[in-house]
Design a protein around this ligand. Structure first.
Ligand code: FE
Length: 218
């Protein structure tokens, strides 16, 4: 079941509809952070929560991951390092710490598309993507990503060639996956900074692709 013709959300389940919006209010971030931490750890002290919120509001988010991807696109040696030892390669750019202790980068190719989920709860590579979007933690995403990944991608507006395999990676407390999306054609010679603008959060989860350079500032 996939690629229906009756719109991007034919199954009517809740994706939160927030995957296009990156600007969250402080309150929304607060709730999200609290929720994530309660899920992951079961407890947090209020002052620790304030510090974490400030960190994730101002310092940590999907732009970190976008810089990692852009470097990998621009620098083959870095891409090899990322595939071999993502934790170290990512740490070399200054991104590391909690929820990112063991990172694995999975590379999209014309033959294979990668999709990341945590079927158990909401494990997510915080240092490179920030806090997980609400839909990532939804029961619908967590269950359907495994059963019907092509249908989930269709819900996100992504239709892949039939021949392209979809590989689903189940995150755990030990391993957090980062998808390395394919570099869009027509970006030869672009700076890393310009390339990073094409890298969306969803493209690093696998529910999206990198932006079309025709619609982005070069
Ligand atoms: Fe989890």
């Amino acid at each position: 079941m996939h690629a229906s013709e009756d719109g991007p959300h034919p199954h009517g389940h809740d994706h939160g509809h927030d995957h296009e919006h990156s600007a969250l209010s402080g309150n929304a971030l607060r709730v999200r952070a609290l929720e994530s931490i309660l899920v992951e750890k079961g407890y947090v002290a209020p002052d620790a929560l304030d510090a974490i919120i400030e960190t994730y509001e101002t310092r940590i988010g999907p732009r970190n991951g976008a810089r990692v991807v852009a470097r990998a696109w621009a620098d083959p040696a870095f891409r090899e390092w990322l595939r071999r030892d993502a934790t170290a390669a990512i740490a070399s750019l200054g991104y590391g710490g909690r929820q990112g202790e063991h990172m694995v980068a999975v590379e999209n190719t014309p033959e294979e598309h990668n999709l990341v989920v945590c079927t158990l709860c909401s494990c997510y590579p915080w240092p490179v993507l920030g806090l997980p979007p609400a839909w990532y933690k939804s029961a619908a995403y967590r269950s359907r990503a495994v059963i019907d990944p092509r249908g989930v991608l269709a819900d996100f507006g992504v239709t892949l060639p039939e021949a392209r395999r979809i590989r689903v990676w189940d995150s755990t407390a030990e391993i957090r996956y980062l998808v390395l999306p394919m570099r869009p054609a027509g970006t030869e010679g672009w700076s890393e900074e310009a390339l990073a603008e094409l890298v969306t959060r969803d493209s690093m989860i696998g529910t999206g692709l990198a932006r079309d350079p025709a619609g982005a500032p070069a």
